[in-house]
Design a protein around this ligand. Structure first.
Ligand SMILES: [Zn+2]
Length: 312
């Protein structure tokens, strides 16, 4: 079987669950019991008939595939079925994939192979044609938020919903963004932008420090800009009094703080354009810190409109 879908929507988790069900000795309908000796071994991560092969340094290596194929020739140690989970097979190079083909076509008896792959990445057609494909999809925002609440600790009110929205229904991605500290940083940036006493010289220092924090997000910086965009987009919706009933619009980001009432729609659009510019510059590999500094200064529109506001 091959599970294909976006990153972080539960393909691996489901694979593990399925493995436990297959060998459970006291199956409860479609579920594993969770307490039989086999289930206990799965839960402790020490089942002798369950193997996980995952990318090392970005790819599943051909040597590991060869080892695996050899080991499948022996019968399972104690279970009816040996289950092998091959994670992220889109990372396999051609040679590694070729080494797997024969086993995929005619797996030795009592072996179940479950492959997972990111749907945004190419998987060799020779692999796909030998597997039963099971598609995975992003979760609804409510479902994703529920999963996030299960796995994340210290969530602020409404934060799970914001993360779910930012990660487009992928709890795995949402948890990674949380781990990278995006929501906390958004709060700081929003504080800075909404600070009415924004003309003090120490604000420059604050901007530079925040720009540094943003730049150190590295690959996640682009997600942070999306988060900032969501916050401004919500503000714009509010400005025009738009209320649509879509699930997405009900989840507001940065709930605690709304932009100051005196921001005009022109200003909000100008800020969104500043984010566009920053994204373009990042895609051209411009210096991250510099891009963030310019963006933060641009977002504080009163300085842009009237440079004499800066008291150095
Ligand atoms: Zn069981």
């Amino acid at each position: 079987m091959i599970f294909r879908g976006p990153d972080g929507v539960g393909k691996q988790l489901f694979g593990r669950g399925l493995a436990a069900v297959v060998n459970c000795r006291d199956r409860q309908g479609e579920r594993s019991c969770g307490v039989c000796p086999s289930c206990r071994k799965y839960l402790s991560g020490n089942h002798p008939d369950f193997t996980i092969l995952r990318p090392e340094k970005g790819a599943i290596k051909i040597d590991r595939i060869r080892e695996l194929c050899k080991s499948l020739a022996y019968p399972p140690y104690e279970s009816a079925m040996r289950v092998v989970l091959l994670e992220d097979v889109h990372t396999m190079r051609q040679e590694a994939a070729n080494a797997l083909l024969k086993t995929l076509e005619e797996p030795p008896e009592n072996n179940l192979l479950i492959l997972t792959a990111d749907s945004s990445q190419e998987v060799l057609s020779t692999i796909l044609s030998r597997c039963q494909s099971v598609p995975f999809y992003p979760l609804s925002l409510a479902e994703a938020a529920q999963v996030i609440k299960l796995y994340a600790d210290e969530l602020a009110e409404g934060e799970a919903e914001v993360l779910a929205r930012l990660a487009e229904g992928s709890p795995g991605k949402a948890l990674a963004l949380k781990h990278a500290g995006l929501p906390a940083l958004l709060d700081k940036v929003v504080d800075l932008l909404c600070d009415p006493a924004g003309r003090q010289p120490d604000k420059v220092t604050k901007v530079l420090l925040l720009a540094d924090d943003m730049a150190s997000l590295k690959e996640d910086l682009i997600h942070f800009l999306s988060l900032l965009r969501l916050w401004l987009r919500d503000a714009l919706f509010e400005f025009y009094g738009i209320e649509d009933d879509s699930e997405e619009s009900r989840v507001r980001v940065g709930k605690a703080k709304r932009p100051p009432k005196d921001w005009s729609s022109e200003e909000l659009f100008a800020k969104l354009q500043a984010i566009d510019r920053a994204e373009k510059e990042l895609s051209r590999n411009c210096n991250r810190s510099l891009v963030c500094e310019v963006l933060l200064f641009a977002l504080q529109n009163e300085w842009v409109k009237d440079p004499s506001n800066i008291e150095m």
